[in-house]
Write a protein that binds this ligand. Structure first.
Ligand code: SF4
Length: 214
C-alpha cells in the first residue's frame, strides 16, 4: 500500500471512524469517548474485555488504567507486547451507575452488549479473522464463547468459536486487582497461564488449514 497500511489496518480504521459517532444504545449518553480498540489488526491473537472504565473513557484507549497495567505485565511475562496484538471490548462506551454522587463502572446490560457486538465487535473480528481469541471476564466469554459461561469452572479451556479457530477465557484484570494476598497471586498466575495457553494455541493453529469464519 502506498501509505504503508495493510488492508486490515485501513478497514479497521474505517470501522473505528464510523463507531466514533455511534448512538445505537443508551451508553452513548454518558460516554466521553468511544473506545474502539487498538493494536495490530494483522495479529492472530485478539483480546476481548468487558468495556471501558474511567481512564479508558477519558483517553479513548482500551485497558490503560490499573487493570491495563496489570494486563501489560502479564502479557510481558509471556513475551507479548500489546502493540503486537489487538485489544478490544464487548462494548465501546463506558457503562456506569451513579452511587453516592459518583459514577462507578458496571457490567454492560445484555441489550447493550448484543447491540455493540453486532454493530462493531463482529465486523472487527470479521476483518481481523483471528486464530485465537482470549476473552477477559464473563461478559466477553458470554458474548464470544457461549451464554452462561462459568468462569471458575471453564476458564483456561479452548472452545470452538465462529469468530476464531479457538476461543479461551481468563479472569479480567480488574477482578484480579480486587483480590488480596494469596488469592491475588493465584488469580494473577491464572491469567498468565491463560495468556500463555493462548500464545501456544496460536502457534498450533498456524499449522492448521485455513478456515472460513463467520
Ligand atoms: S456501546 Fe457500542 S453500540 Fe452502544 S453507543 Fe457505544 S459504540 Fe454504539
Amino acid at each position: 500500500m502506498a501509505d504503508g497500511s495493510s488492508d486490515k489496518e485501513r478497514e479497521i480504521a474505517a470501522l473505528a471512524e464510523k463507531a466514533s459517532v455511534c448512538v445505537a444504545c443508551d451508553l452513548c449518553e454518558s460516554r466521553t469517548n468511544v473506545v474502539f480498540g487498538e493494536g495490530n489488526p494483522n495479529s492472530p491473537l485478539v483480546l476481548v474485555g468487558e468495556g471501558p472504565g474511567e481512564t479508558e473513557d477519558r483517553t479513548g484507549r482500551p485497558f490503560v488504567g490499573r487493570a491495563g497495567q496489570l494486563l501489560d505485565e502479564c502479557l510481558r511475562e509471556c513475551g507479548i507486547l500489546r502493540r503486537h496484538i489487538f485489544i478490544t471490548n464487548v462494548v465501546r462506551c463506558r457503562p456506569t451507575l451513579e452511587e453516592g454522587g459518583r459514577l462507578k463502572n458496571r457490567p454492560p446490560r445484555t441489550d447493550e452488549a448484543s447491540t455493540c457486538l453486532s454493530l462493531w465487535l463482529e465486523p472487527t473480528l470479521s476483518v481481523i479473522q483471528p486464530l485465537v481469541i482470549l476473552c477477559l471476564g464473563s461478559p466477553a466469554a458470554n458474548a464470544i464463547i457461549k451464554k452462561g459461561f462459568r468462569m471458575m469452572q471453564e476458564r483456561g479451556q479452548f472452545f470452538d468459536s465462529k469468530y476464531a479457530h479457538y476461543a479461551i477465557a481468563g479472569l479480567h484484570p480488574a477482578y484480579i486487582l480486587r483480590q488480596q494476598g494469596e488469592a491475588y497471586d493465584a488469580a494473577r498466575a491464572s491469567l498468565i497461564a491463560d495468556i500463555e495457553a493462548a500464545r501456544k494455541k496460536v502457534i498450533e493453529a498456524k499449522k492448521e488449514p485455513p478456515r472460513t469464519l463467520f
